[in-house]
Write a protein that binds this ligand. Structure first.
Ligand SMILES: Cc1cc2nc3c(=O)[nH]c(=O)nc-3n(C[C@H](O)[C@H](O)[C@H](O)COP(=O)(O)OP(=O)(O)OC[C@H]3O[C@@H](n4cnc5c(N)ncnc54)[C@H](O)[C@@H]3O)c2cc1C
Length: 311
């Protein structure tokens, strides 16, 4: 039996979540293999992760679409028992197809592994936690990566080249728009400053100075994204990115269940909202009731002054 992990990267380096998925794979105490579809530099980085016995590498400029990737994973899983990936948009696209083709259950967003085939997963946008045991011979699952400890470095293990993937499914990738940002990646940031619909057109103008001052990533609610105030990839929540930072600053957002599903594992939650009854205050460790357009610039200035004094 071995555990196969679908590695994720940005074309240059592994995403931090992959190190955490390898950490989760340690539970099985079985050989761990990483599948890297991307440039050789990423495969070589993957080969140095502690706990990985072997890297399978498909040399490729871009991640294939799910329809082209699923058949490869299905082939590989005929000799393996566990297929694991971070609960990312890529895995949410590919792994259910793999599970369907293998005729096994897809187990999504695992927050705890309690046995070789037993898991805890949130249901109903995190309102319930379900303990489940799978009877399938092959386990296909995504894990909530921030909740698992990352692995470090080790001596490089062998990298095996696999043939290029065939394409020709109904979908094809038209373009890849890569955002270049100095800010930390949302999924792995230590501090996240997240904004809601209330920020309107001033989303960036109000939040960017605070995020830069704190060295934080910026997140958003679906309402802010749908209204065009924030970019799609910033969405935190049930249908967005799942985060678990040390500090989550929730600004002008109500705290809908679907948003909480993506951030309620944050260590400390700070909410700024003008409505004392907003649900976000029920999960917040610290709450500030006020108009965000006054509060956020004032807080930003206060932190900057503190930083200047300490410099
Ligand atoms: C299937 C499904 C999946 C979904 N997935 C997601 C998801 O992944 N992520 C997500 O976020 N949502 C998701 N949603 C949407 C979710 O239900 C909410 O509609 C959304 O999160 C609300 O966004 P919001 O908090 O920005 O807006 P609102 O609910 O409109 O809240 C705005 C808040 O701003 C406050 N406010 C207004 N003005 C100010 C001011 N000047 N100063 C301070 N506070 C102010 C208000 O008091 C209010 O609490 C999903 C919904 C469905 C049905």
């Amino acid at each position: 039996m071995s555990v196969l992990i679908l590695a994720e990267h940005d074309g240059l380096a592994l995403k931090p979540a992959t190190r955490r998925v390898v950490g989760a794979a340690g539970f099985w105490q079985q050989p761990v293999e990483l599948l890297v579809i991307g440039p050789a530099v990423v495969a070589n980085e993957a080969a140095c992760l502690a706990g990985v016995q072997r890297v399978l590498h498909v040399d490729s400029d871009a991640m294939p679409v799910a329809e082209d990737l699923a058949p490869l994973l299905v082939d590989l899983m005929h000799e393996r028992k566990v297929l694991l990936a971070a609960h990312s948009s890529l895995a949410r696209d590919v792994l259910p197809r793999v599970a369907a083709l293998l005729d096994v259950a897809m187990i999504g967003d695992v927050v705890r592994i309690t046995g070789p085939a037993s898991y805890v997963c949130p249901l109903y946008a995190g309102r319930l936690l379900a303990s489940m045991t799978s009877r399938d011979a092959i386990q296909v699952l995504t894990v909530r990566a921030p909740l698992f400890a990352p692995v470090g470095e080790s001596q490089a293990v062998p990298v095996f080249a696999l043939p290029a993937l065939a394409s020709g499914g109904a979908s094809r990738r038209v373009a890849v728009n890569r955002q270049v940002s100095e800010r930390p990646q949302l999924a792995s940031a230590r501090i996240v400053v997240s904004g809601g619909r209330a920020l309107g057109e001033k989303f960036d103008a109000v939040l960017a100075p605070l995020a830069e001052t704190l060295g934080a990533a910026v997140g958003a609610t679906r309402a802010a994204v749908d209204a065009g105030f924030a970019a799609n990839e910033l969405q935190v929540g049930q249908t967005g990115v799942v985060v678990a930072p040390a500090i989550y600053l929730a600004v002008g957002l109500s705290g809908a269940a679907q948003h909480l599903a993506g951030m309620s594992d944050s260590e400390v939650i700070v909410a700024i909202n003008q409505d004392l009854e907003a649900p976000i205050f029920k999960v917040a460790d610290y709450g500030l009731v006020g108009d965000l357009f006054e509060v956020v610039p004032a807080v930003t200035r206060a932190i900057q002054q503190l930083q200047e004094r300490q410099a």
